[in-house]
Design a protein around this ligand. Structure first.
Ligand code: BDR
Ligand code: CA
Length: 312
């Protein structure tokens, strides 16, 4: 089967790191490059974390540094209460020798898409700033984007505010650009990721695998599960970001519904909300696919296979 070409735009971040692991070794995915954005921590830290994960696991994919600030709003929102001071607290890494590519992530995205046959899927698991900047600077890339799959948003309760999910809240303008760009877009939000809780039974299962990736998975999720318990009370952290990759590996892992989605870029209390017209009340033509359910057993099977793809 032909591999699906993707660029993964992320802000590692515990769950982002696992999304990278899953994408890098899947026989069904051709990970062309990883572009990094500020989000879970400041840009220098999310870049460092990406390099550390790739160096540690021998993932030989070019890494590009992108935007350190949202498109319009002044302040970068970060999440140390969930991801720690480094943005990837928990695991310890050897001294870093891997380096980022000299090109800016936005330029890399634009050039790679332009030179492509229109067969590249852009996956975002952080604030959507890099992709939105590429779209605004180089609108000619639009017909070249095969589709966009993002982790972000919710049609239920937010995790940043009662209304908004972190990735969208951190750069709602960028999300607005992505949702109005006219390309196929699939939103994998908290509505499904809150069902993929990394419970003690999952930790036990993954700890038995014994590869470099499974060991790193356990170190990463031990920290993440602790902060998720402190902040949200979950007995296991929701493994948000890798669901995008699992969906590309096996689309039957998610149930999706076509809906009209609008990002609240003007509100106060509901700023950054993904207003998904679940019941089609607005009469507006759907502009997005929104994940409404996840086959949790299938998802953990995909994660396990992904961790097993690495050597001990
Ligand atoms: C999203 O926010 C980040 O903290 C995670 O990495 C994930 O992308 C979940 O709301
Ligand atoms: Ca993320």
């Amino acid at each position: 089967m032909e591999k699906r070409k993707i660029i993964l735009d992320c802000d590692p971040g515990h769950d982002d790191a696992i999304a990278i692991m899953l994408a890098a070794k899947s026989p069904l995915i051709d990970l062309l490059g990883v572009t990094v954005v500020a989000g879970n921590q400041t840009l220098d830290k999310t870049v460092m974390n990406t390099l550390n994960v790739c160096q540690h696991l021998g993932i030989d994919v070019p890494i590009y540094k992108g935007c350190g600030q949202p498109m319009i709003r002044d302040k970068q929102i970060i999440a140390p209460e969930i991801h720690g001071e480094s943005g990837l607290d928990g695991p310890l890494f050897a001294p870093l020798t891997r380096r980022v590519e000299p090109k800016h992530a936005v330029l890399y995205l634009a050039e790679t898409l332009l030179q492509s046959d229109g067969d590249i899927t852009v996956v975002t698991t952080g604030p959507m700033t890099n992709l939105a900047m590429a779209i605004r600077l180089y609108p000619e890339i639009l017909p070249k984007i095969k589709e966009i799959v993002l982790m972000g948003g919710t049609y239920q309760l937010g995790n940043m505010t009662p209304a908004a999910e972190f990735n969208i809240f951190a750069d709602a303008d960028a999300a607005h650009v992505a949702f109005t760009c006219g390309r196929k877009i699939t939103m994998v939000g908290l509505d499904v990721s809150r069902k993929a809780l990394c419970l003690p039974s999952v930790m036990e299962r993954m700890s038995k695998i014994g590869t470099s990736a499974s060991k790193l998975f356990i170190e990463i999720m031990t920290f993440f599960n602790t902060t998720q318990k402190q902040v949200f009370g979950w007995d296991g952290g929701p493994l948000h970001d890798p669901i995008t990759i699992a969906f590309l590996i096996d689309p039957t892992v998610l149930t999706v519904k076509e809906m009209f989605t609008q990002i609240d870029i003007r509100g106060e209390q509901s700023y950054g909300r993904t207003n998904c017209d679940f019941f089609h009340n607005s009469g507006q033509k759907p502009n997005s696919f929104v994940a409404t359910d996840i086959n949790v057993a299938k998802f953990w099977d995909i994660i396990e296979a992904g961790l097993r793809a690495y050597s001990p």
